[in-house]
Design a protein around this ligand. Structure first.
Ligand code: IPD
Ligand code: CA
Ligand code: CA
Length: 250
């Protein structure tokens, strides 16, 4: 399977069905509850139905945010979030994306993130690097005092705010990790024990292939489990110096 062609065309087809309802009230209608107990919005359902249908025809297992695990007995598993940033989508804030990561058993083989509003297509190819619209991208390390960091907390670790230059909370962690991979953020931190593999699988591969680090709050490299329910803390940074500062504070 040529993953790039398949996933890029899926992303473009998703764009056609979701963008007409961007920012419209119908997009946010509650249509059920997902496997982690969150509300499924109409846009989540529309995007997931289309994604599942397409991926099932390829015969791969799927771990998706709303339905959970779909076991087709394959050695390949796609860990996906059809729309990361659903609140932004329904509220008319243009930061949301389709997030896709493919594993052969536990080993990552390809990841992609399509940001609908900018039409930017990010890819991670393990061992070969990270790309934005086909061009290589790298993280951009800055001294912590000059860094821009996305920071989700419920109150813990707020000392970090004083040690970096800018704090951003954009509401779509997959997108924020892509921004880290391309060098426009230096860190992404979520210490609410709330994000799931479906939120961060593609982002983790993008950051690592772009030269950055992704660890848990003990500093250990995160391993992405093929699960839609597991909750985790995540710290991603462009280099070891910023990572040390973050780990000191959280
Ligand atoms: C959410 C976004 C958000 C993060 C939440 C996620 P969703 O995903 O990634 O940035 O803070 O933890 O649930 O629900 O919009 O797909
Ligand atoms: Ca998500
Ligand atoms: Ca989602």
């Amino acid at each position: 399977v040529m993953w790039k062609q398949v996933i890029f065309s899926l992303a473009k087809d998703l764009e056609k069905v979701v963008m007409p309802i961007f920012g419209k009230p119908e997009a946010g209608k509650n249509v059920g509850t997902n496997v982690s107990g969150d509300i499924t919005k109409y846009v989540d359902k529309v995007a997931e139905d289309m994604t599942l249908e397409r991926l099932k025809s390829l015969g791969v297992n799927i771990v998706s945010e709303e339905v959970g695990f779909v076991d087709l007995g394959s050695e390949y598993t796609a860990v996906i979030d059809p729309i990361d940033g659903s609140y932004n989508f329904t509220a008319g804030i243009p930061i949301f994306a389709f997030s896709f990561a493919l594993f052969q058993r536990e080993k990552p083989v390809y990841a992609a993130l399509y940001e609908f509003a900018t039409q930017n297509y990010y890819e991670a190819i393990p061992g070969k690097g990270a790309f934005l619209n086909g061009e290589p991208i790298r993280v951009r390390p800055l001294p912590p005092a000059k860094a821009a960091v996305s920071f989700y907390t419920r109150g813990r670790g707020v000392g970090l705010i004083r040690r970096v230059k800018r704090v951003r909370v954009l509401g779509a962690i997959a997108v924020e990790m892509a921004y880290l991979a391309r060098g426009t953020l230096q860190g992404v931190v979520d210490i609410r024990n709330y994000v799931r593999p479906t939120d961060v699988a593609a982002g983790t591969l993008l950051v690592r292939e772009a030269g950055g680090k992704v660890v848990d709050e003990t500093g250990k490299d995160i391993k992405i489990h093929l699960s839609a329910e597991e909750k985790m803390n995540l710290i991603a940074a462009s280099d070891g110096e910023l990572l040390r500062v973050i780990l000191e504070e959280v």
